[in-house]
Each structure stands twice: as structure tokens, then as C-alpha cells.
Design a protein around this ligand. Structure first.
Ligand code: MG
Length: 255
């Protein structure tokens, strides 16, 4: 069921988004060669406690997960692209890591992700991040009142395909509210003018993610981490936004 939010509720969702943005800004600064993924998770956990927020991930146990997630942050390194379970690994020079974080503040959720390169970037990784970032920007610009979900999906796909990447539609964006995952689904490919209406008050996470040379994924032995089927690297960018009468409002914007 799709629930539309009042302006007062959107302000609360924005407060959650500000916090999520602060955490990702801090994590992006801390991510460096030699830093352990478990340390990044600990930093996020400490910030949750200090803020009096709640993790959306730690007890998360959907049908596709092997067990409750147990961490507050997804860290997906190199050929991992989504749902990366933080483990005892120190980031190495040139690693690409996507940081996906969702938390609830005063009962309202925000969900956002960024991908960063630590140390010396490989040109093909920088290109993949650039394309994914532009896909997210295009998708947000397409999220106009009076439009349809398909406008967002088509905008994402157009950027990816123009740059020669293929698209996986198994995982995409979603409604956000009091819980992390709600209706509607926001696919990363689709037809403009089709799908759910973008009415003011609709709050969704938009999350393009692409792999360098495939659109196929496999699940790691940890039961969570999704990796490319061919070992190529992946990038993932996500914001939670609200559709307003004046246009899209990015609730998880980073300072
Ligand atoms: Mg997310």
C-alpha cells in the first residue's frame, strides 16, 4: 500500500535524512587504505547511539537473508555491490566501497548510499561511479509531481545504457516511511509515462547500481553480500526523496 506523507511528516523524514547524510559523510571521510570494514560499522553504530536513532539493518531478516543482518551498515567492496555484510577486512589501495546506511529517527526512516574509492582510483572505477551518480541525479530530476515511477526508471536506464552498462532489475528503489522498505517498487529500468503516479507526499528511495561488465549477480557464502557474477566491480548511489508540489526534495542530502 502506498502512503502519502503530510508536509509535517516530510519534515520528520528530512530530519532522519540529515542524520543519515551526516553518517555517510563521516564514513566517506574515514574510509581509507588500511581501515577495517568493522571499524566503519562501529563508527556508524556509535553515531546511532549518540543520536538516539535506531538501525534499520541490525535485526533485518527478509526472505532472501540467511540470518538477521547483525550490523548497522552495508559495506560492499569491489565486485560486491549490494548488501555487503561488514567483515574483518582492511581496505586496500584502489578499493571501491559502497556504503549503504538506513536509520530511523523519531520513528521515521531515511536510506542512502554512496560509493567511494580509497587510495589511487582506477579510471574504469571512477567512470562507473560517475555514471551511477549521474543516473541518480537524472532520476531525481525526473521525479516530478504529475509524473510516473516509469519516468524515474527510464531516466536511470538511459544514463546507464548511454555509457555502455547493462541493468539488473532484481533490486531497486522502494517506498520509505516508518519502515525501510515499502511500496512502490522503483525499478532501475522501465518506460516513461508508466507505473505508479508521482503524487505530492510520495517518499521513495531511488538507488541506481551498475556493474562494469555484467548485469548478473551471485550471493556470497555469507548469505548476504551480492557480488557480480563475472568479478567486475559495482557502484551504488542512493537518496531518499519526497515528491512535493514544487518538485523533488532530496531528504538525505549531504552537506
Ligand atoms: Mg539503502
Amino acid at each position: 500500500m502506498i502512503e502519502l506523507r503530510t508536509p509535517a511528516e516530510i519534515e520528520k523524514l528530512r530530519a532522519a535524512g540529515v542524520f543519515v547524510g551526516e553518517v555517510l559523510t563521516e564514513l566517506a571521510e574515514q574510509a581509507a587504505v588500511g581501515v577495517n570494514l568493522l571499524k566503519l560499522d562501529r563508527i556508524a553504530h556509535d553515531m546511532i547511539r549518540t543520536r538516539g536513532a535506531e538501525s534499520c539493518y541490525i535485526d533485518y531478516h527478509p526472505s532472501f537473508g540467511a540470518s538477521p543482518f547483525g550490523k548497522v551498515l552495508c559495506t560492499s567492496v569491489n565486485d560486491a555491490v549490494l548488501h555487503g555484510l561488514p567483515h574483518d577486512y582492511r581496505l586496500a589501495d584502489g578499493d571501491m566501497v559502497s556504503l549503504d546506511f538506513a536509520a530511523s529517527v523519531d520513528g521515521w526512516v531515511s536510506d542512502s548510499a554512496i560509493t567511494v574509492i580509497v587510495g589511487t582510483p582506477r579510471p574504469q572505477d571512477a567512470q562507473l561511479i560517475d555514471t551511477t551518480t549521474r543516473a541518480l541525479t537524472a532520476a531525481i530530476n525526473a521525479a516530478q509531481p504529475g509524473g510516473r515511477i516509469g519516468d524515474i526508471s527510464a531516466a536511470i536506464a538511459a544514463v546507464a545504457l548511454a555509457d555502455g552498462y547493462s541493468i539488473n532489475t532484481e533490486f531497486g528503489g522502494h517506498g520509505v516511511g516508518r519502515t525501510m522498505h515499502g511500496d512502490p517498487h522503483v525499478p532501475n529500468n522501465g518506460r516513461a509515462g508508466r507505473g505508479v503516479h508521482l503524487d505530492p507526499g510520495l517518499v521513495i528511495a531511488i538507488e541506481p547500481w551498475f556493474l562494469e561488465t555484467t548485469n548478473k549477480i551471485v550471493t556470497d557464502r555469507d548469505g548476504w553480500t551480492l557480488r557480480s557474477a563475472d568479478g567486475s566491480r559495482g557502484a551504488h548511489m542512493e537518496h531518499t526523496i519526497a515528491i512535493t508540489a514544487d518538485g523533488p526534495l532530496v531528504l538525505s542530502a549531504r552537506a
